[in-house]
Design a protein around this ligand. Sequence first.
Ligand SMILES: *Cc1c(COP(=O)(O)O)cnc(C)c1O
Length: 432
Amino acid sequence: MSASIPHGIPTHWYNIAADLPVAPPPHLHPGTREPVTPEDLAGLFPSGLIAQEAATERYIEIPEPIRQAYATWRPAPLIRAREYERALGTPARIYVKYEGVSPVGSHKTNTAIAQAYYNAQDGVTKLTTETGAGQWGSALSFACAQFGIDLEVWQVAASYHSKPYRRYLIETYGGRVHPSPSPLTEVGRELLAADPDTPGSLGIAVSEAVEVAAADVNTRYALGSVLNHVVLHQTVIGQEAVEQLQTAGETGADAVFGCAGGGSNLAGLAFPFLREVLTAGAETKLFAVEPAACPSITRGEYRYDHGDLAGLTPLLKMHTLGQDFIPDPIHAGGLRYHGMAPLLSHTVELGHVQGLAIDQRDAFAAGVEFARAQGIVPAPEASHAIAAAAAYARELTEPEVIVIGLSGHGQLDLPAYHSYLSGDLDSTAPQD
Ligand SMILES: *Cc1c(COP(=O)(O)O)cnc(C)c1O
C-alpha cells in the first residue's frame, strides 16, 4: 500500500474558467496576434502545463506524486486571529490562511512542485526562471531538487544585491543564480549598455530566462505567477480554506483579502470562494490588494500586453502598467510585476473581484501590529492584504467573517522590517 495522504489535501485543482459566464480571452501569439496553439508553446513549457493553460474542465486531478509532496506541509493551517481581532477592536472574526508553513516559507511551492513534476514527466533536464525577492526562485529550486532537474535563475538585480538570503537558499537547493539584467543574454547586454546601474525588473528577468530556454531544446522555462496553470495550482489554498471555515463552524466568508503581484496567491485563495458565489449563491466580497508602487489593477489598463520587457512571451489580456514599467524597488519584491494574471483580470472586469492599493509604510505598520498580536511575522507582500483587511475590519459595527491570505512569512525580510522600524522606509506611489 502506498503511504496515505492526509485528509484535507484537495484531490483536484479547481478551474474557475468552467464557472464564469464569459470565457476568458485567449493568449495571443506575439508575432501573428492569433490565439496561441499548443505547438507555439511547446518550446517553452511541458505538455501537461500547456494543456492546463487552455483547460475548460472544472476540476483537474492532482497527480499522486504532487499530492505526496504537498503532504509534507499541506493542508496549510487556517488560523483564527483572535489576538489581532482584539488589537483592532473589531467585531469581525478574522481567519488567516497561512502558506508560510511550506519548506521555503510561501505559497510558491504549490505550483513549483507541480511545474517540476510535469517537466520531469516530459524528460526535461533543465529549467530557467526569473525571481524577484527570491521566493519563486527558492521554491522552484527546492522542487527541481525533488525531481532531478537543473535550474538557472535570473534574479532582479535590486533584490540580488540587497536581499542575499533567498539567493543562498536557491543555491542550497542546487540552483544557479544570476543578477538581472545579466551579460549572459542579448536583452541583458543591451540594458546594461544603456544603464549599468539599472535595478532590473521582473519583466526584464523573464525575458532573460525565456531567451535562454528558447535557445536550448532540452531546457524549458517556468513562470511563478500570472499564467492560468499557475493560478490553477494555487487553488489548493482556497479549496482547503473553504472546507476549514466550515470545520470552524462558519457558513462562509463575508470578505476575502489577498495580496496581488502577479495574482496567483489571491486567485488561488479567492476562486474557490468565487465558485460558491457563482454556483451556490454565496455573497463573498473578494479583494486583490496591490502595492501603491505597482498598481496594475487600480491604475493600469486592461489590454493585451507582453509578460516580459522584450516581448518574447505570448500576449496576455490583463491589467498592466506596460511591459517596460519598472517599479520602485519596494520591499515587497514579490509584488513588483507590471501585469496581473489574465484570469484574475477577467474576474475583475466581470465585477467579481475588487482591486485596492496600499502604501508600503501602511503595509509594514499592519505587518508589525499583526506580528505583535499573533507572533507570525508576515511577508511584506502579505502585509498589504493585512493592512487592507484591517481597514475594513475597523469600520465594521456588526460581526463578519474575514479571510486573509497570508502568502508567506517574513523571517528573511527582517532587514526590511528593521528599515521600517528605524523610520527609513519611503512612501512609493508612482508620479504621473
Ligand atoms: C511571490 C509572492 C507574492 C506575489 O505573487 P502572486 O502571484 O501575486 O501571489 C505574494 N506573496 C508572497 C509571499 C510571494 O512570495
